[in-house]
Design a protein around this ligand. Structure first.
Ligand code: SF4
Ligand code: SF4
Ligand code: FES
Length: 273
């Protein structure tokens, strides 16, 4: 069910803390406005302001690590690879979903930098969101090769051309930047066991397996997407393609799935390959 207003206890209220940096000695001071939420406190979320000397700090993730190490060790965020590979550090920076580890401070002009958790997901603490629903939907599309024919003696081969069809699809790192920036996903993206929109990330992966020449479950895969919500709530708003840190285009993949749906004879067999 769509909820258009935040519950009272989720609104940012009150004054956040302000941590001033020491000026002088050539310090290059930058202000970060960071969303804070502590599940163990009865207080509403707040926005704290951290000033830091950014000499030697190039990426947003480096700045967050500096704040955590030197100012407030309770600041919580996810990260792992710091190379744009694991997808853990996805967050909303100056209003757009992105990866903190691949974005330089110099990309955000000279003003304050706002850092919020990914939108429309339950917040567990500070910048850490609960992505259980996102990964449940990824599991729903069964993101693995499925075949009906007996296993060959060696591997299942694929031509260079068929392999090339997976380019622009397999590179997804499941960061959730796309789905959590999609208005349709905000409204319709969370209804376990009921009608729900699966969102751009899950659908990009659904298409990746639909067009894999080695997969033999095309009809069944399309059947699982065939209702009014799972696929058809995409209205081509394109936020997904705009924010994807890997330069992928989930909206195009969704359009291709819609074509596969239209082209299957009498809604039965599939014509994907
Ligand atoms: S194009 Fe579709 S999936 Fe992408 S943001 Fe828009 S509605 Fe969402
Ligand atoms: S499609 Fe892009 S934005 Fe979406 S989960 Fe994959 S890598 Fe992240
Ligand atoms: S820390 Fe892995 S993508 Fe940013």
């Amino acid at each position: 069910m769509v909820q258009l207003t935040l519950p009272k206890n989720s609104k940012v209220t009150g004054k956040g803390k302000v941590y001033k940096a020491k000026k002088g000695d050539g310090a290059k001071i930058r202000r970060f406005r960071i969303y804070r939420y502590d599940p163990d406190s009865p207080e509403n979320p707040r926005v704290d302001i951290f000033e830091i000397d950014t000499r030697g700090v190039s990426m947003i993730l480096d700045a967050l690590i500096k704040i955590k190490n030197e100012i407030d060790p309770s600041l919580s965020f996810r990260r792992s690879c710091r190379e744009g590979v694991c997808g853990s550090c996805a967050m909303n920076i100056n209003g757009a979903n992105t990866l903190a580890c691949t974005r330089g401070l110099d990309e955000f002009g000279s003003g304050d930098i706002s850092v919020y958790p990914l939108p429309h997901q339950p917040v567990m603490k500070d910048l850490v969101t609960d992505l259980s629903n996102f990964f449940r939907q990824h599991a729903y599309i069964e993101p693995f090769l499925q075949a009906k024919t007996p296993d060959p003696e060696k591997e299942r081969l694929q031509s260079h051309e068929d392999r090339a069809r997976l380019d622009g699809l397999y590179e997804c790192i499941l960061c959730a930047c796309c789905s959590t920036s999609c208005p349709s996903y905000w409204w319709n993206g969370n209804n376990p066991g009921g009608e729900e929109y699966l969102g751009p990330a899950a659908l990009l992966q659904a298409y990746r397996w639909l067009i894999d020449s080695r997969d033999e479950m095309t009809k069944e895969r399309l059947d699982k997407l065939e209702d009014e919500f799972k696929l058809y709530r995409c209205h081509t708003i394109m936020n997904c393609a705009q924010v994807c840190p890997k330069g992928l285009n989930p909206a195009k993949a969704i359009a291709e799935i819609k074509k596969l749906m239209v082209n299957r004879p009498n809604g039965q067999g599939a014509t994907a390959k």
